[in-house]
Write a protein that binds this ligand. Sequence first.
Ligand code: AP5
Length: 212
Amino acid sequence: MKLILLGAPGAGKGTQAELICEKNHIPTISTGNILREALKSGTEMGLKAKTYMESGQLVPDEILIGIIKDRLQEADCENGFILDGFPRTIPQAEALDAMGIGIDAVLDIEVADEAIVTRMSGRRVCENCGSSYHLLYKQPKVEGKCDQCGGTLVQRKDDHPDTVKERLEVYHTQTEPLKEFYSKQGKLLVVHGQEEIEATSRLVEEALEGLK
Ligand code: AP5
């Protein structure tokens, strides 16, 4: 299964990717996580990405295309993968096509902007391993601590309401045109994100049924 997850910031792409990859034994490639990791390690790429990410803007296409080209050549991608956060612009999608990968489907998770802004205020992430939680919808076993590694849970810098609004704006202008791009290729599957994670997962499973 070679799958792209599309959707606004906070639509639940990372959450659903985690569930799909567990069931299908394929890796999730999250460009957001790759960039945050680079930022944490202080690499040149991380430093270049910092200002864009913290202000809710997209990191330049050439950086992201380079990351994905290298990552998809790794052995664990042979039997499939989930792309979470890439492509995010038409030039990125065209570059992916030019790599000749043969994407099976693009799953678009639709959530209204108002719901996103409220939801993002409750997201917490592990500062050590990056695992994601929610104060209401996905609580850790011990308050403030990561279930996976015991790290401290913090709010992402770009989850502050003003930055979330900026990210939504960027999504609507630069990423949303990808829906038409992939619809024309006959690859677009649409799922309406639900109030609860499990309810969305059931719809995602139904949508992906035909791909197995
Ligand atoms: P990235 O990390 O990809 O951020 P994003 O796309 O904005 O997505 P998020 O991680 O914020 O949200 P998500 O949809 O994964 O939602 P989640 O599952 O966590 O990118 C960050 C930045 O990096 C970008 O702004 C950009 O600068 C840069 N970047 C990355 N890729 C790039 C690219 N290709 N080109 C250029 N720049 C790039 O869910 C959100 C919360 O809601 C969680 O707390 C979760 O528990 C909860 N939740 C999920 N589903 C539900 C549900 N159904 N009901 C209730 N709660 C739910």
